[in-house]
Design a protein around this ligand. Structure first.
Ligand SMILES: CC(C)(COP(=O)(O)OP(=O)(O)OC[C@H]1O[C@@H](n2cnc3c(N)ncnc32)[C@H](O)[C@@H]1OP(=O)(O)O)[C@@H](O)C(=O)NCCC(=O)NCCS
Length: 151
């Protein structure tokens, strides 16, 4: 099941598997963002199993005047992958963004994350550009995007 993220209920579980995709410390920015939500302009969803345990998380920020959102986090717990959860999480976040008049969604990931890039392309995202050293020396980022106008 996919439901809205609640920091009070979900933070500990979500942050534990979030650390897997945060390649290096410090984790302070992510911790603060996920704890202060929903005070920030952020749309976040969790996927939970039958025991209401979090197995996936997706969050997008949309702080801009021109109705563009950026997916900041998407992770599915390793044991829950390849079951359609990532697709459901993105769809749920996109639907809420669209309800809030967001027209365009961007996401960035490391160029070495070929699985993540293929996943986004499978969901209709197109490569925009590669930004060298985006994540630090030698760690390039690929930006992808998708229009929500056709949903
Ligand atoms: C990327 C990730 C979120 C995918 O989640 P998932 O729940 O396993 O993905 P789904 O099962 O919903 O797959 C959705 C579609 O993407 C495809 N897909 C998923 N992983 C894929 C891969 N590694 N290569 C190619 N296609 C892939 C699936 O085949 C599926 O296509 P279909 O529905 O048309 O058959 C998950 O692997 C993950 O958490 N990875 C680590 C973090 C990460 O890379 N996040 C994204 C970049 S920040």
């Amino acid at each position: 099941m996919i439901r809205d993220y609640s920091p009070q209920i979900d933070f500990d579980e979500v942050f534990s598997f979030m650390r897997e995709i945060l390649s290096e410390p410090p984790y302070d920015d992510a911790r603060e963002e996920l704890l202060t939500y929903p005070d920030r302009k952020m749309t976040a969803k969790v996927a939970v199993d039958n025991g209401d345990k979090s197995v996936g998380f997706c969050a997008a920020t949309h702080p801009y005047w021109n109705n563009i959102a950026i997916i900041d986090y998407l992770v599915v717990a390793p044991t829950a992958r390849n079951k359609g959860i990532g697709r459901q999480l993105i769809a749920a976040v996109e639907a809420t963004l669209q309800d809030n008049d967001i027209r365009f969604v961007c996401v960035q990931t490391a160029t070495w994350n070929l699985d993540g890039i293929r996943f986004y392309e499978r969901l209709g995202y197109s490569r925009l550009t590669v930004l060298p050293d985006y994540f630090g020396d030698g760690n390039d980022a690929v930006w992808l995007s998708r229009s929500l106008l056709s949903l």
